[in-house]
Every structure is written in C-alpha cells, then in structure tokens.
Design a protein around this ligand. Structure first.
Ligand code: SF4
Length: 207
C-alpha cells in the first residue's frame, strides 16, 4: 500500500523544497506545500494534472483552483455534469477526483523526470484509495506518462496524443488531453470544445 498524500513538508525533491521555502518567504499567506487531491471517494473518474501552478493551486491549496487552467476545467466539468459549483466558491465533484502527477509547485511549471518519479508513489496511493476509479483523464504529456506507468502500462505502446484512448491490460483506461494551461488555450492548441470532447469520451466509457 502507498500513502495517497505526502506530508506537508515532504523532503523527497530538494529543488522543490527550496522553491517551497522561497515561496513561503515571499508569500507567507499562500498554501506553499504539497497540494492534496480532492473529490468523491467513490469516483469512477480520476483527472490527473501536471503540478500545482505557483499562483494557482500552490496559492489556494486546491488543484486547478485560482488560475485560468482551473477556470476552464471547472466550466468543462460543470457543463459535463461532473461537478456542481457551491455557494462558497468551491466545487462539488460527482464521482470524480482531481489530483496532480507532481504534488509540489515546480519552477516554471516544469518538474524534472526525477521529481515526477519521486511523486508517483502518491499517485499509486491515490489509485489504491479510489478502487472504483479505472478511468483517468490525463492533462498533458507528463500526466499521461505518469498515469500510464502508475496503471501498469508501457509508454512505447501508449504514446501521448490529444484525444487518444489507451485501454490497458490492467483494466485502466487513460484518455489524453492537452493541458488546459494558459499557453495552450491562448495559442489555440487546446480549445474549450476540444476539452469538452475528451470528457464526453470519458463519460461514454463510464462503467
Ligand atoms: S513533488 Fe511529491 S515527492 Fe516531491 S517533494 Fe513534493 S510531494 Fe514530495
């Protein structure tokens, strides 16, 4: 068994620990710690992002909250019936869970391969804690790679491609999307319609 969440002062990635401490000094009112996943323990769908954005999840303490990537994902989930907005501004997820492949904010939103590897046991723990979650929407290439590995697949057999559906022999299905980052949406690489289509595909595969 693996722990689904790291401790608040997880020491495993020295570069990210240094960054965490620098953010605490500069912005002591922010979360500035590993960001825990959130959602429904009975989830059939796991949404896997890359890592907390420095001024998004790293500030608010909740994945995909407080930045433009979160706004687009939130609107998409609400429209798909996977989430309901709450009066206090939070999101109630319906049989859906959201977390990141890397739980600490990395400089420039770019974790190293070693950091992704170091954090994967927490993804394994999240999967173990969500026994009904056999469908994963992976947002971006790094999330895709971590999801495929965590689900027992081989990357050469399962390359990342937006819209791709990977059915693994272990029973997991991984659906790929470009990450809803500001860069991807501003350049038109990912449109709201493209993201909506990925979740429609996930819903069509709902057990
Ligand atoms: S990214 Fe993951 S493994 Fe690395 S320090 Fe943060 S919580 Fe620990």
């Amino acid at each position: 068994m693996h722990a689904p969440e790291p401790p608040a002062d997880c020491p495993l990635c020295p570069r990210l620990v240094t960054y965490r401490h620098a953010n605490r000094l500069g912005n002591p009112e922010w979360h500035n710690a590993p960001v825990q996943g959130f959602g429904d323990p009975a989830a059939w769908l796991l949404i896997l992002g890359l890592a907390p954005g420095r001024t998004g999840a790293n500030r608010t303490g909740r994945p995909f909250t407080g930045d433009s990537a979160g706004s687009l994902l939130e609107a998409t989930l609400i429209a798909a019936g996977l989430a309901t907005p709450q009066e206090n501004g939070t999101l109630h997820l319906h049989r859906t869970f959201i977390t990141n492949a890397v739980r600490c904010a990395p400089p420039g939103n770019k974790p190293t391969p070693a950091e992704v590897h170091a954090c994967r046991p927490f993804l394994l723990g999240t999967l173990e804690a969500l026994p009904a979650a056999r469908t994963i929407v992976a947002l971006g290439q790094i999330a895709h790679q971590s999801a495929i590995k965590a689900c027992g697949g081989k990357l050469p057999k399962h390359p990342f491609a937006h819209g791709a559906v990977h059915r693994l022999y272990t029973g997991y299905t991984v659906l790929d999307s470009f990450h809803p980052s500001q860069l991807n949406t501003n350049t038109g690489r990912l449109t709201p319609e493209m993201l909506t289509a990925v979740f429609a595909q996930a819903l069509s595969a709902q057990p």
